[in-house]
Design a protein. Structure first.
Length: 490
């Protein structure tokens, strides 16, 4: 076997992102709350990075000259102390501890916004299973085997309150000491003794019937018609086929409607949801758009009032260039100073990019802010990128997970970037604006004779919007609007 070595040249193009560029993109993508957490991490890990809280900066002089003066006086004081490795290690440890804890002197009266937010946050509620297990533990008059079987069944309850697994599946792998008869005996006890009514049902029909029995006893009302509808005509009821039900049962449409309205008021098809706190998390806007009543223009401000202002500790900066400090320490400080400056520049670049981006958005979508969703204009990210002179990926990252507060409410920033088409008058309309018009048309229809998708197409044409029937059907589904036959009222 013969082995040869040779050299050759190859010319190709490759993109290699520097760590600084990667960090800048990561910072740009973060929403305000996540950026605050990232800053805390940087302060904890980088001993040369210092913070000045926004409240302190507002109250006093926060100019670079003032900061330099403050740190310089500290440096002069410490200049008389011999700097050796052990001393510097202790200083760095203290600095890192202060950065991570940001402890304030007791009795200072300063408030920590994050601690206040934590104190005001609602405690985590027990899960659905935890609440059901707690209720089951208070049920008396049952054998130990049935109690254990009930605990097994509760673990199969889904978020809506149903046990959808078959009994064969549940009994396939039971814990020792529990048998199928125990499961069969425990299931109806769970349904009768646990709250809310309808919990642990196998399907919608059983869930509604369990609740109907309870309402019959509580309200002392005649539930014969609702029971008949649930037992034998539930699918027709879901499909709004009231005339067919009337023909099959001999009931009048008014009787069926009355029973349906009773069921809508008194019965819950998802009983498990009533035990679980599904509060929507609060959205913190990253920017606020406000109208200037005097000029009629809009002001843009970022919600970074609480964001600390970062700077490099002057003492450590002087140490990094002091030849009397050992090489390893100076190298350590230089690396951290470089990283600190990168993060400071990345945060400032994020702020600048967001403000420039928002100015373009407000200018393009002023009609939406003034008059509503029907006036949302098409705004491709590529167009905005060209206007700002940046890559479209930069715009995408700047938009990611950001919310803005406008006089019309809080919206995801991404909502303002959408495609569209020209209407019959040559005016650009976004897809979102077309959906808003479609929703308005359906809201104004005669519910006793609702519009078909073909009729909606014709109504849109009257407003200068030409859409295919399948597009109307697609938009209707995305807005969770049922077809005409299910919207009809009898």
């Amino acid at each position: 076997m013969r082995l040869d070595t040779n050299q050759h040249m190859r010319l190709d193009q490759r993109m290699k992102l520097a760590p600084r560029m990667i960090q800048s993109m990561e910072i740009l993508q973060l929403p305000t709350m996540a950026l605050e957490e990232r800053i805390d991490q940087e302060l904890a890990s980088n001993p040369v990075l210092e913070r000045q809280d926004a409240a302190t900066a507002t109250a006093g002089d926060n100019s670079p000259e003032a900061l330099s003066s403050n740190t310089a006086s500290t440096a002069d004081t410490l200049a008389h102390v011999e700097v050796d490795s052990d001393r510097l290690s202790r200083v760095l440890e203290e600095q890192a501890y202060a950065a991570s804890g940001r402890l304030r002197a007791s009795g200072s009266g300063d408030r920590d916004p994050k601690m206040e937010a934590l104190a005001n946050t609602e405690a985590r509620s027990d899960s659905l299973q935890e609440q059901l297990h707690a209720q089951w533990g208070l049920v008396d008059g049952i054998s130990e085997s049935v109690r254990l079987a009930g605990d097994v069944l509760i673990d199969y309850v889904d978020d809506e309150g149903y046990i959808r697994e078959s009994i064969d599946h549940i009994c396939h792998d039971l814990p020792p000491g529990i048998r199928r008869p125990d499961i069969e005996a425990a299931w109806p006890v769970l349904q009768r003794r646990l709250e809310p009514a309808g919990i642990c049902a196998r399907n919608l029909q059983e869930c509604l019937l369990l609740q109907l029995d309870l309402r019959h006893r509580e309200l002392d009302v005649d539930v014969k018609i609702p029971r008949l509808l649930i037992q034998h005509h539930l699918h027709d009821l879901e499909m709004n086929r009231l005339p067919q039900i009337a023909r099959k049962t001999g009931l009048t449409v008014d009787q069926i409607n009355a029973a349906r309205h009773f069921m809508a008021r008194q019965l819950n098809p998802r009983p498990g949801r009533s035990l679980v706190n599904e509060s929507v998390p609060a959205v913190t806007p990253d920017a606020i758009i406000e109208r200037d009543e005097n000029s009629g223009s809009y002001r843009i401000r970022l919600t970074d009032e609480r964001m600390p202002r970062l700077y490099v500790n002057e003492l450590y900066h002087k140490m990094a260039v002091n030849r009397e400090v050992d090489e390893a320490t100076r190298q350590f400080l230089a690396n951290n100073i470089r990283n600190a400056r990168w993060i400071i520049e990345a945060i400032e670049q994020r702020r600048s990019t967001l403000l420039r981006l928002l100015r373009v958005v407000v200018e393009a979508q002023k009609d939406f802010i003034d008059m509503g969703p029907e006036y949302l204009k098409p705004l491709p990210m590529t167009l905005v990128a060209d206007q700002l002179g940046v890559h479209v990926g930069t715009v995408s990252r700047a938009v990611s997970e950001k919310y803005i507060q406008t006089p019309r409410g809080i919206f995801p920033l991404r909502q303002f970037f959408t495609g569209g088409m020209d209407n019959d008058s040559g005016e650009a309309m976004s897809w979102g604006a077309m959906k808003a018009v479609l929703t308005e048309i359906i809201a104004a229809e005669d519910k006793k004779n609702p519009l078909s998708d073909d009729a909606i197409v014709e109504e849109l044409k009257k407003r200068g919007i030409t859409l295919a029937r399948r597009t109307v059907a697609k938009y209707r589904k995305t807005e969770k609007i049922p077809p005409a036959r299910r919207r009809r009222e009898f």
